[in-house]
Design a protein around this ligand. Structure first.
Ligand code: NDP
Length: 480
């Protein structure tokens, strides 16, 4: 059985305690490899190598860093097929999705920050009448920690690592223990691209061990985390008293608001994607669908018909629209919400069951599920399920739907479908979310700030926001 290793000081090495965790293939429920169950000592070794590497990496020119990051992007693109296969096998997502989105976006992350760092300036002010000039230097922080989740493994892993490296930091990174494969493969790519040893260190293992060692290590000065709200709160509790910089990208329960005046066909097509892409395991999925009453019945009929046509299949099936969920505990959690919904009086319009696929009977497949609810305060409409389940409910007025959209603890993203400009302006102002899409979904420009409000997190990633996060500003005032 294959074993992956930690990437420390530019080398692939076994965990120091020689302990291992099984890695499952969600498409058939079988163990297909082992990953390091690393401990404090591995994190310490990684930090030592990062500290040493920082002495020279922090002094490299922007051009040099930019070239290496671009090279990593090139190599990822050259190895797209290999990475996509590994991602799909590890996560259960359709291979077509990994090829189209996950791996190209990981390459884009490196290429984007390779360029962005060359454009990253700092402010300066002449303090008029005082014959003085103020300007701000931006220094790398030092050794930083990047912790990412399993849903978009390489995509989110590199979204943190690329800006951290571009700004001259050294990184200790931990992918989710459930989906470590592409992070493991990335190590070799970085070496080939000429990234000096120790600049990036990847330590595999459990969140509660490796993750919390990273968070509590006194030499790691900043934490960039993406994951669940509860984990984010646990991290903040440790990191805040240590005065660490933190960027926390957390859960979401996003509204998808549909007005009668929208472009109906486009809305229907996109709503299928925003509901069920990646098995509904995207923090930005629109899992609460509110539809204006006058088109509610039509929408309900058309949407349910389209959802029933989504093919649940093995990830390698090129027609698969829904692959396997990421793990056994996760599919069980998601299915438990169907029971909760029924108890709460929701109307199950379609789905709600496990799917057995011939030859892959132990895989973690389930039907895409639509629940019609009467009351937006029910549990399935309030809690993040993070699977292929959406709720639908009618509304009558703008005020009513704004109130329902804002009634959850989360505030990550929202989608609004309308062709009314005045209404667009009102809703985009009043809806509590970090990202709002109007007449589209998931259209991303990497220059824009990304993140949530309320329990969806603190801080922003993307563009210069990420470069600011990974640098420490120092103001200089010169009197002449
Ligand atoms: P978790 O919070 O369980 O885990 C995220 C990462 O944190 C994993 O690498 C995990 O390791 C690690 N971790 C777990 N416990 C700790 C700890 N005590 N200290 C440090 N690290 C720890 O999230 P999931 O992986 O289950 O991902 C799903 C969640 O991520 C959803 O809530 C989703 O909304 C959110 N998410 C948010 C996004 C955003 O941009 N806002 C984007 C994508 C997902 P391990 O896997 O080994 O437990």
């Amino acid at each position: 059985m294959s074993k992956i290793k930690n990437y420390i000081n530019g080398q692939n090495i076994y965990p120091l305690n020689d302990k291992w965790l099984d890695n499952y293939n969600p498409s058939n429920g079988e163990v297909y490899g082992q990953i390091p169950n690393s401990c404090k000592k591995d994190v310490e070794l990684a930090v030592e190598s990062a500290k040493k590497a920082f002495e020279s990496w922090s002094k490299t020119s922007i051009d040099e860093r930019s070239k290496i990051l671009s090279k990593i992007a090139d190599l990822l693109e050259e190895n797209l097929e290999k990475f996509a296969k590994a991602e799909s096998k590890d996560n259960g997502k359709p291979l077509s999705l990994a090829k189209l989105i996950d791996i190209p976006r990981a390459a884009d992350n490196f290429r984007f920050f390779a360029h962005a760092i060359t454009q990253f300036g700092s402010e300066s002010y002449e303090t008029l009448g005082k014959e003085a000039i103020n300007y701000t230097l931006r220094h790398p922080i030092g050794v930083v920690g990047c912790i990412s989740p399993w849903n978009l493994p390489l995509y989110l892993f590199t979204w943190k690592i690329a800006p951290a490296l571009a700004t001259g930091n050294c990184v200790i990174a931990k992918p989710s223990e459930v989906t470590p494969m592409t992070a493991y493969l990335l190590g070799d790519i970085c070496t080939k691209a000429g990234l000096p040893k120790g600049v990036l260190n990847i330590v595999h293992g459990l969140g509660q061990h490796v993750g919390s060692e990273i968070v509590s290590h006194k030499e790691i000065k900043a934490i960039s985390f993406t994951g669940g709200t509860q984990t984010g709160a646990a991290i903040a509790k440790i990191a805040a008293p240590m005065f660490k910089k933190m960027s926390l990208e957390l859960g979401g329960k996003n509204p998808n608001i549909i007005f009668a005046d929208c472009d109906y066909d486009q809305m229907l097509k996109t709503t299928l994607l925003s509901s069920f892409s990646n098995q509904g395991q995207i923090c930005l999925c629109g899992s609460r669908i509110f539809v204006e009453k006058s088109i509610y019945n039509k929408f309900k009929t058309d949407f349910v018909k389209a959802v029933k046509n989504l093919k649940v299949a093995h990830p390698s099936d090129k027609d698969a629209k829904i692959g396997a969920l990421v793990s056994k505990p996760h599919i069980e959690k998601v299915l438990s919400y169907v029971k909760i919904a029924k108890k709460e009086g929701a109307n199950l319009l379609c789905g709600g069951e496990k799917v057995s696929i011939k030859g892959y009977e132990n895989g973690y497949y389930m039907q895409p599920t639509v629940l019609e609810i009467q009351n937006d305060s029910c549990k399935v409409n309030q809690e993040e399920i993070f699977g292929p389940i959406v709720t639908i409910m009618p509304f009558e007025t703008e005020e009513e739907v704004i109130q329902m959209a804002n009634s959850v603890r989360y505030g990550l993203s929202a989608s609004i479908w309308t062709n009314n400009l005045k209404r667009t302006m009102k809703l985009t102002r009043e809806i509590e979310a970090g990202i709002i899409w109007v007449n589209t979904w998931m259209l991303r420009d990497l220059r824009t700030p990304f993140g949530g409000v309320k329990d969806s997190g603190v801080g922003r990633e993307g563009g210069f926001e990420a470069l600011r996060f990974f640098t420490e500003p120092k103001n200089v005032c010169i009197k002449y």
